[in-house]
Write a protein that binds this ligand. Structure first.
Ligand SMILES: NC(=O)c1ccc[n+]([C@@H]2O[C@H](COP(=O)([O-])OP(=O)(O)OC[C@H]3O[C@@H](n4cnc5c(N)ncnc54)[C@H](OP(=O)(O)O)[C@@H]3O)[C@@H](O)[C@H]2O)c1
Length: 267
């Protein structure tokens, strides 16, 4: 079915999505609304693939990818593009379904939480919808998000802060792991640059191995841990009750609390 798609905000996430829709041959017209369209977006427009900042019209699908802080001010102009049949999908962090519904004047709203690896098609995005949404609409929304990588869900909104704390924030935890491993190596005498190269490639490689393997993370970990060996000595420290398991539970809890606070600020 041919659809009219409107994307509001073609920054990093919006452009990654639109680029994927174009690559996949989206069956419909794509309008992009962004006052400072990038060179990439202008090139798409020059090729006739998209229209940039076209006059206001109701969209079939409307994807909102502006920063949450500017959404409140923009909502009245976005709402003009929302008709009775428009399905809205927001990728904005911390803007609730109730806020979208109230500010855009429609009940056809859904949210998704992507993560940064989505910018290279290696992300995981969690879809969040209302319980009454149809299976067909879920399938359409998931297909819109596939340019960013894997799509999970839908889940209920009350679980979105926990999912955000795991996968939305998660890339930062992976980067931090490389940082702290490198710092620890340097503290034990390695040249800091060499330590960083070793740590970075190790985190990248572990991710690639996990992607290529059908085994779960715990099995992969056990596979590289010889009984009474060197890795086991390190893991006994990392996995002790007061170490990573408890620190991560606290960190995820802090992220959930902050997500809830931000949601209240954008109401
Ligand atoms: N990047 C991520 O990894 C990530 C992960 C999860 C969720 N998200 C969510 O995705 C959304 C976008 O993030 P991003 O990283 O793509 O941010 P971004 O690169 O700053 O993109 C936002 C875009 O919206 C544009 N914009 C500003 N005012 C506008 C207006 N009046 N009308 C239309 N467009 C306007 C911005 O233009 P200017 O630059 O000229 O202001 C920019 O191109 C955010 O809500 C964020 O919470 C992002």
């Amino acid at each position: 079915m041919t659809r009219q798609m409107t994307l509001i905000g073609a920054g990093r996430m919006g452009s990654a999505l639109a680029g994927g829709w174009l690559k996949a041959g989206f069956a419909g017209a794509i309008d992009i609304v962004d006052p400072n369209a990038s060179g990439t977006v202008s090139a798409w427009a020059d090729q006739g693939s998209v229209r940039v900042n076209p006059e206001v019209a109701h969209a079939d699908l409307l994807v909102v990818a502006v920063k949450p802080q500017v959404f409140g001010g923009l909502a009245p102009s976005i709402a003009q593009r929302v008709g009775p049949q428009t399905q809205v999908l927001s990728v904005m962090a911390g803007v609730s379904l109730a806020t979208l519904e109230a500010k855009l004047g429609t009940s056809l709203v859904a949210r998704a939480m992507p993560n940064t690896p989505g910018l290279v098609g290696k992300g995981v995005t969690i879809l969040c919808t209302k319980p009454e949404i149809s299976a067909d609409t879920i399938a359409v929304l998931k297909s819109l998000l596939t340019p960013l990588g894997t799509v999970e869900g839908p889940i209920d909104e009350d679980l979105l802060p926990a999912a955000t704390a795991v996968s939305g924030c998660g890339p930062a935890y992976g980067f931090l792991l490389a940082e702290v491993m490198a710092a620890a190596g340097a503290a034990h005498g390695l040249d800091p640059d060499l330590a960083m190269r070793l740590a970075r490639k190790t985190v990248e490689g572990a991710g690639a191995l996990m992607e290529a393997s059908e085994e779960d993370a715990a099995t992969l970990r056990r596979n590289v841990t010889s009984p009474n060996g060197v890795t086991q000595a390190a893991l006994e420290v990392l996995m002790s009750e007061a170490a990573l398991p408890s620190i991560f539970k606290q960190a995820i809890g802090a992220a959930i609390d902050r997500d809830n606070e931000l949601s209240r600020e954008t109401e």
